[in-house]
Write a protein that binds this ligand. Sequence first.
Ligand code: C5P
Length: 218
Amino acid sequence: MHTPVLTIDGPSGAGKGTVSRLVAKKLGWHYLDSGSIYRSLAIALQKAYIDLTNINDIVKIAHDMELEFECGDELIVKLNGENITNQLNLESTGSIASQIATLADVRQVLLQKQQDFKRLPGLVADGRDMGTVVFPEAENKVFLTASSLKRAERRYKQLIGKEIDANLVQIKKDIEARDRRDMEREIAPLAMSNTALYIDSSDMTIDEVVEEVLNLIQ
Ligand code: C5P
């Protein structure tokens, strides 16, 4: 039987995670947060004290790590049985994730782990290369973005809301550095599939974005 796939790609902080989760819930489909797979590998490497220049060990750990995802209101991730949800969204985890994401062998090992999420009744997959590399056959594709200032402001508010010290200028710089790394890498760079619907969420609410994405599916 055919399994429908909706891919939502875009830079960090564009709202992909929130929108994808809400759309998946409305449709009753599975949800793949592909960034969390790269982030989990980043944590696995830190736990094993692996140097980021040691590509053989990085690939081995990517291959051997066991991940479990519990997708409720919040995504809970377990790495080899240990709950790592709290470490997943640290800036340092995202930064290591984007460095190892430039390695072709790592992307190859993680490809199958991502494709395994495609199950009936359907899948919403969020990331950078969902519509271009991991699920090129997807019938519905979205490229969701927002200005780097808006994305930095959202991240800043999130951190302040959690009573974590934050600096807007620094956050914007970090976001722009990560954008550059994701867009300029040779393998599976962040790019818009030419069949994707482009949405700039800078001046939109989450509900408006969700509605536009659901219209695409219907
Ligand atoms: O989406 P998130 O910010 O969690 O992703 C962390 C990093 O993982 C990204 O900056 C990107 O470098 C990498 N990534 C990727 N391909 C994906 C998802 C994430 O290269 N499909």
